[in-house]
Design a protein around this ligand. Structure first.
Ligand code: ADP
Length: 445
């Protein structure tokens, strides 16, 4: 099973390519999150609003009616099962629908209602009697563009006069052909071609520009440049809207370049804590012993649902196979799977069809499976320099106050190096991690 395919270079041999996996995975992660978030993510945190003009009144809405949407749109919103605006929508919608138009930079984690918000804004701004492109939305990948397109189609279901065009690879139009559709969703390369080289879109007639998933967008330098070139072709009075799930400095710098005079809306993630978690470590001499130890505690961990984290795809694949040989039923989430396959596996696990999910870190980052109460670090999380990755540790194990069930974490130690990482983690969180004797498991029950 561990045969390395020829020509795939060092692919999954060890930790060395984890970074490459990570890059390719950022867009996939985002798509995965969209696919598994079939309802709003709960949050108790407050929205932070920074207005461009602090003296103007701050409007927020508690109902969709207050927005005075066209009936056809309100019908679309209710048909999607939305009863009232999400936290971020309460503030973002009135801002986006204000006259004169206002620019907006908004940041909140996946599943908090950003897409639904800007889709509604685009649909409201369109004049269906005008047969040309008026709203332009760019997304980092083909799949993400399709996903957003679906939301536009769904919300605009009762407003058939408004048409949507996909500016994505494979959608070939002749030079100079004039687009009749009022809304265009696409990837930066194709959109740029349509606006400049092919002149299918007249950028001067665009009145709403949306840049979605800015953090994923800027992970590719080419996309960043293309986005900026598109933005420069738009008229000054065009409304610019930018959305991102995370906000590092680099995203911020980019956002300020493409969105002049912005209002800013931020929604913090729920803080995670280790307070309600019992943490242990198990001392082993190698991978095989870690496997034996895992089998010993298997009965105890499957009382609830467990996730087992490995450093590489290869270890994850090996472990899942070994556990299966022992007669255990496990699910495996691995990097070579398509996003659809991964979404299906997570969905099954969520429904409790499997009790144990084996995964690599990269693969599962950002996925919230709230009911998991046991986490096994078959390998401890580390960065590319081999130091403890505290943030990932917290994210794997920590609980938000809201879902603050008690949890159990077991760390498998098989070398000086991994012991060292464990010590770094103890020190960082200032919490002692106790040794677990897998022959005497009374402790963890
Ligand atoms: P984001 O773009 O921040 O990831 P989405 O707009 O995709 O979030 O919304 C996440 C999920 O919540 C989607 O399934 C969407 O249909 C749903 N949703 C969005 N807004 C609302 C709302 N106001 N009420 C109920 N569900 C909503």
């Amino acid at each position: 099973p561990n045969k390395a395919k020829k020509g795939t270079t060092k692919q999954v041999e060890d930790g060395t390519n984890v970074e490459g996996e990570e890059k390719e995975d950022k867009a996939a992660q985002s798509l995965l999150n969209k696919m598994i978030h079939t309802s709003l993510v709960n949050t108790t945190n407050q929205v932070e609003v920074l207005q461009r003009d602090p003296n103007s009144p701050l409007y927020s809405v508690k109902t969709f009616e207050e927005l005075r949407l066209k009936d056809k749109l309100l019908k679309g919103v209710y048909d999607m099962g939305f009863n009232r605006p999400s936290k971020i929508q309460e503030n973002a919608l009135p801002m986006m629908l204000a006259e004169p138009p206002q620019n907006l930079i908004a940041q909140s984690q996946s599943g908090t209602g950003k897409t639904a918000a800007f889709v509604l804004a685009m649909l409201s701004h369109v004049d269906p009697t005008n047969k040309w492109a008026q709203c332009l939305c760019i997304a980092p990948t083909y799949e993400l563009a399709l996903q957003t397109g679906k939301v536009i189609e769904q919300m605009g279901k009762f407003y058939p006069e408004v048409k949507l065009a996909y500016a994505i690879r494979g959608n070939k139009l002749d030079r100079g052909a004039k687009l009749q559709e009022q809304i265009v969703i696409g990837t930066p390369g194709t959109v740029l071609d349509w606006c400049s080289k092919l002149k299918i879109i007249n950028p001067k007639k665009i009145s709403v520009f949306v840049l979605d998933e800015a953090d994923v967008m800027i992970a590719t330098q080419g996309h960043q440049d293309q986005s900026i070139r598109i933005q420069r072709m738009l008229p000054k009075e065009c409304q610019m809207l930018l959305f991102s799930a995370t906000f590092e400095d680099s995203v911020w710098k980019f956002a300020e370049r493409v969105v002049p005079d912005p209002n800013i809306i931020k929604l913090k993630r729920e803080e995670e804590t280790l307070d309600t978690i019992k943490q242990y470590y198990v001392l082993c001499s190698d991978k095989e012993e870690k496997f034996t130890a895992l089998c010993n505690i298997y009965g105890a961990i499957t009382i609830a649902q467990a996730m087992i984290f490995c450093h590489t795809r290869r270890t994850a694949g090996w472990l899942a196979a070994e556990l299966t040989k022992e007669g255990h039923v496990v699910a495996l989430l691995s990097g070579e799977m398509t996003v659809e396959q991964r979404a299906a596996i997570i969905e099954r696990f969520r429904e409790g069809k499997e009790k144990v999910l084996v995964t690599t870190n990269v693969c599962s980052r950002g996925i919230d499976v709230e009911q998991v109460s046991v986490v096994i670090n078959f390998d401890l999380p580390m960065d590319k320099y081999g130091n403890a990755d505290n943030e990932t540790y917290l994210h794997r194990i920590g609980r938000t106050g809201r879902f603050g069930k008690r949890g159990l974490a077991v760390n498998m130690i098989d070398s000086k190096h991994s012991m060292n990482i464990l010590n770094q983690i103890e020190e960082h969180f200032n919490k002692k991690i106790n040794k677990l004797d897998t022959d005497d498991l009374d402790e963890i029950e």
